[in-house]
Design a protein around this ligand. Structure first.
Ligand code: AAO
Length: 500
């Protein structure tokens, strides 16, 4: 009995960190990679709030080392020099203002928390807020940290360590980044103070960068010392921050994602890998009929899911074979599947365009980030891709919000790459990744009536700019998706964006 109570208590604690605390009816967050705080605030008000997005993951918020030697690469932000809130994205006042404005329109903010390490060793040592460090002394006066706050003896993780040696993955340096010792009371306190400061400012949670490189027991202590979310920002009393831990686990490594799910949610890297493979044609879509834990994925509520992230879209981390904005038709297909299917808690990637995988965001000669411009067709300019503004993507966010937690019904496939399914009498979706056309009368679960396909176009008054679908009184509808069409997806739902 006592054991059972202990187990239940542990479960309740873990569940507490797995709730993103989205505003009611919202389901999906977007990573606005390298965006400035003022631009995110504006995007919340003019686009994300009205379009029903649940939240934004922002790039690291605390002061980082300036790396002119690499022309200000995006990854300089993963080299903290202090916990002051000043980066190329803005200062503390701008951050505070952004969180307030986003929360006011029902969009939550999640911070990418870099708590595993500080900087590497470089010939320059000034941060984005003017703080300095003495790398040889392991001295970061703006925190302050000194030699005793880091893991010793000093060692660096090698490729083989991932397979053999969990202790080296946790106690040695990731990419020569000075490895904090979260086992000490002092380091824990600095990290907790940093995160609690952000909670006071109204954030809803954290991505824990490089969680696999920290001991789960240390992370538990840190999480449990965090404050409840700030009720002045509309969070319910007693709400714990949403925590999703970056653990790259594609299998066969010394560190397992399962060591982290008892604490909080985990980034499920197998999700994007498998869906990329399928939508690239390396696996038939029909096999997705049992998508979820049957594929070896984490329990749905444990998984932060995404197709690409800021690392693997450019070959860092578990990079490589991931679909990105560069293969738009297949990418939109995989994203549509992610958003149409109930498994996981989805996160969209919103990128800046790149060819050089080290290159930082669009910037002027002084290194200041250039804001995205908004074109008359609502897409972005100035070098920003803004996948979240692609109609096929934001329309599927609305689809997901509409169908809620309902189950998959009416699965249909043609034995290869044409599939369709329905969600709780609210939404129907079809995919064609074959080289031949799809033309079928399919059973939907929707009420009889007329609907606009939200992928080939949108509803405009009483008309559809794209395909118009009629669901008969028997629930059946004639569905066509040509192999050569611009998109491989068709989606209709009972929300106002689709139903006529
Ligand atoms: C930069 C320079 C370095 C320099 C360093 C220090 O590039 O040359 O030494 O500064 O001055 C980012 C960049 C880094 C950058 C760093 C700091 O990506 O290039 O270093 O900022 O500026 C591991 C970690 C994972 C990490 C990932 C990049 O486990 O946590 O590496 N991701 C996060 C962030 C990321 C950031 C950091 C952490 C650091 O998202 O943006 O780095 O804050 C295996 C392991 C993975 C491991 C990869 C590393 O993956 O499983 O855990 O990720 O190796 O390559 C197949 C396998 C797959 C395997 C993969 C690669 O896919 O299935 O398991 O191959 O071998």
């Amino acid at each position: 009995m006592f054991r059972l109570i202990l187990c239940l208590a542990a479960l309740t604690v873990a569940l507490a960190y797995k709730n993103p605390h989205y505003a009611s009816g919202r389901t999906t967050m977007v990573h606005l990679f390298e965006w400035k705080w003022d631009d995110i605030a504006a995007e919340c008000e003019r686009f994300l709030g009205p379009r029903g997005f649940g939240g934004v993951q922002v790039s690291p918020v605390n002061e980082n080392l300036v790396l002119w030697s690499h022309q200000r690469p995006w990854w300089e932000r993963y080299q903290p020099i202090s916990y002051r809130l000043v980066t190329r994205s803005g200062n503390e006042q701008q951050f505070t203002n952004m969180v307030r404005r986003c929360n006011n329109v029902g969009v939550r903010i999640y911070v990418d928390a870099i708590i595993n390490h500080m900087t590497g060793t470089w010939s320059t040592n000034t941060g984005t807020g003017g703080s300095t460090a003495n790398f040889g002394q392991w001295h970061y006066p703006a925190v302050p940290y000194g030699r005793n706050d880091f893991n010793f003896p000093h060692c660096v993780i090698t490729g083989n360590d991932y397979r053999c040696c969990a202790d080296r993955v946790r106690n040695c340096e990731l990419s020569n980044l000075k490895d904090l010792n979260q086992g000490t009371e002092y380091v824990r306190t600095q990290i907790v103070n940093f995160m609690n400061h952000l909670i006071r400012l109204g954030v809803a949670g954290f991505r824990i960068d490089a969680a696999k490189h920290m001991w789960p027991a240390d992370l538990r202590v840190i999480y449990d010392r965090l404050h409840n979310l700030n009720t002045a920002h509309g969070f319910p009393a007693g709400a714990r921050p949403y925590i999703y831990q970056e653990v790259i686990d594609l299998g066969n490594e010394a560190v397992s994602r399962n060591e982290y799910t008892p604490l909080a949610a985990v980034t499920e890297f197998r999700f994007g890998m498998e869906l990329s493979r399928a939508f690239k044609g390396g696996n038939q879509l029909r096999w997705l009929f049992n998508w979820g834990t049957a594929w070896g994925l984490l329990a749905s509520g444990d998984a932060l899911t995404f197709i690409d992230n800021h690392d693997n879209q450019r070959g860092h981390g578990a990079g490589g074979d991931i679909l990105t904005y560069k293969q738009p038709k297949q990418y939109r297909g995989a994203i549509a599947f992610m958003l149409a299917h109930p498994y996981g808690r989805p996160q969209l990637m919103s990128s800046f365009a790149f060819t050089n995988t080290e290159a930082g965001p669009p910037m002027d000669n002084s290194g200041n980030i250039i804001s995205p411009s908004i074109n008359s067709d609502t897409s972005c300019g100035n070098g920003w891709v803004c996948e979240h503004r692609w109609r096929q993507i934001f329309s599927m966010v609305a689809f997901r919000n509409r169908v809620g937690n309902t189950a998959v019904t009416n699965w249909w496939d043609n034995g290869s790459n044409q599939i369709a399914f329905c969600r709780g009498n609210q939404g129907f979706v079809a995919f064609n990744n074959d080289y031949w056309n799809l033309s079928q009368t399919l059973q939907t679960c929707l009420p009889a009536g007329n609907y606009c396909d939200i992928i080939s176009g949108w509803k405009s008054g009483n008309n559809c700019t794209g395909k118009r679908i009629t669901v008969g009184s028997d629930g059946r509808a004639s569905i066509t998706l040509g192999a050569g069409e611009y998109d491989m997806v068709l989606a209709i739902h009972t929300g106002t964006e689709s139903r006529l």
